[in-house]
Design a protein around this ligand. Structure first.
Ligand code: HEC
Length: 150
């Protein structure tokens, strides 16, 4: 066995390794794609309201204070699971009413509590936000976050 790698051997390791990991990368990308479309969030659930609600969420930069599925700022509660925490699974109307009441009553003005601004959203915008938060709550996050606190 030669003491040192030959130039040809290093080249083969380089090309062989690159090709091997490219195949692994492509296989994982496909697996992720099919898992997402088949299991995590079926595209059929994205209604007009969900799409509009996402735009309300973006226009008002809710993510500047909140996280959604862990992404965002850590000033205010996680909202990926707020729908479930507010009982939307059992009775969607209860969660809708809770969201409307919440959005209307901010800022709370309670001393010592962090404050959320008043966004002056229309009834339609709040309904769309509810559609969006309901949709997000149904994404299969494989058990994340590990607790249901906001
Ligand atoms: C400037 C920061 C800030 C922004 C921007 C903001 N929020 Fe909040 N939000 C808060 C804070 C702080 C709380 C917690 C207040 C409390 O508990 O009294 C909160 C709480 C909430 C809650 C209740 C969460 C729970 O678990 O009880 C909801 C729902 C909510 N916000 C929705 C929104 C939506 C929708 C937007 C965008 C339209 C938004 N927030 C933008 C600061 C913000």
């Amino acid at each position: 066995m030669p003491e040192r790698l030959t130039r040809a051997a290093t080249r083969n390791i380089f090309y062989g390794g690159s090709a091997f990991f490219l195949v692994v990368f492509l296989a994982l990308t496909l697996q992720t794609h099919f898992y997402m479309t088949a299991h995590s969030a079926p595209a059929t659930q994205i209604s007009e309201g969900v799409a509009r609600g996402k735009r309300v969420w973006e226009r008002n930069a809710c993510i500047d204070c909140h996280t959604l599925l862990g992404e965002g700022a850590y000033f205010a509660p996680e909202l990926g699971n707020v729908w479930k925490r507010w009982g939307g699974d059992a009775d969607p109307e209860v969660a809708r009413a809770a969201l409307a009441a919440w959005m209307a009553s901010q800022p709370s003005g309670v001393p010592g509590r962090r404050q959320m601004p008043q966004f002056h959203l229309t009834e339609q915008e709040v309904r769309d936000l509810a559609d969006f938060l309901e949709f997000v709550s149904k994404i299969d996050t494989q058990g994340w976050p590990p607790n249901t606190a906001g």
